[in-house]
Write a protein that binds this ligand. Sequence first.
Ligand SMILES: *Cc1c(COP(=O)(O)O)cnc(C)c1O
Length: 415
Amino acid sequence: MPDQAVHLHRNGGSAVRYGNPAWEAARQSDLIDIRVDYANAKSLMRDDGHEFINLCSCSYLGLHNNPEILEGAIDAIRQTGALDLPISRIRLRLNLLEELEDGLSEIFEARTISAVTSSSATAGVLPLIASGHMSPDGVPPLMIFDKHAHFSMDYIKPICADETEVVTCRHNDLNFVEDACRKSPNVAYVCDGVYSMGGLAPIRELMDLQDRYGLFLFIDDSHALSLHGVTGRGFARSCMPEVNHRTVIIASLGKAFGGSGGAIMLGPTRSEDILTRFGGPLAWSQGLNVPGVGAGIASVRLHKSHVLTDLQAALQRNIALFDELVPNDQAGNGFPLKVITLGDEKKSVDVSKRMLERGYYTSAVFFPIVKRGAAGLRVMLRADLTEADIRNFAATLNETIDEFDLAEAGAGNAA
Ligand SMILES: *Cc1c(COP(=O)(O)O)cnc(C)c1O
């Protein structure tokens, strides 16, 4: 048997052991592996003809079927006459890709490069932060991961731990981070801007620690890009005057942005060359393909127009209305990600199943997505839902949860 050095940062065995039963329950209730087609712009249709609205789409601005973005993808293929330029970007890259990255750099006001997904961007960047190559000091930092950092970051921890010391802190634990900064001259903190299970990082306080101690920040802002900030630059970027040489922000372009791929916003240090040469999949794997690039260029155009501000405003109206109608822990924070905690895994699956029958897909979430005993429903609001959609959905959700609460109370009384 291997010694105790095993499972310092990951434990696949226990994740499957504790996590898989709930997936099985979800499958028995036909809540996963559902095959669908788009019924229309807003609804999906299951193979048996049942139509429903997906309330867990990451397309927060409803740009997934925007005609200009679709045309952008098609035009790019026509213009290029190829699906891809299949060679590492370090050696050869299409002018079209350069055009996209210039456009992204302009709207995010930071040098931005693309990747095939934000997960591959993270896999490329984090180990180079660990080895000290992304910061001006060039020294491997003590690396602190927030306990709730997204899977895509958590997954790379063991690779980072092979380069430097890696620790995990409690969620948003600024005291822990400051304490580390006092003890060590080089500290990097890895977090989400907006967390997948709701809630925000204290970006301004982290910037303050950066000012005082030189803290390096890696922030995944996938859930805020496009839907928040001037020209859709996201939550984290909006909290800072510039992306400085001690900050990297990454985000998915496959969510509110309405395209595909990932974006890496870099500071003025010339870390880009090291990143594209030594950043794992950024160097060896495929980049964004031609339709992805074309869609992205079209989306950048929309981000510079009133289309973006109109959609951002529509999303805010839907969020405010939902918060008024359904109590939730994230109410008032201005972001579309909601977790309605129900506690019990079976109840979450049952409520989700009933909601689907009634025309709305909400994901039941359970360990290891959320901590054990905190199962519930994840709801993601969108700009392309009407006021009536939100009102009907909220009423259905409240009624359904009430029914289950009443049944539980009844069972309690009978016992
Ligand atoms: C969705 C998501 C990702 C994954 O994005 P891809 O571009 O699909 O790899 C990464 N981080 C966070 C916080 C996400 O929500």
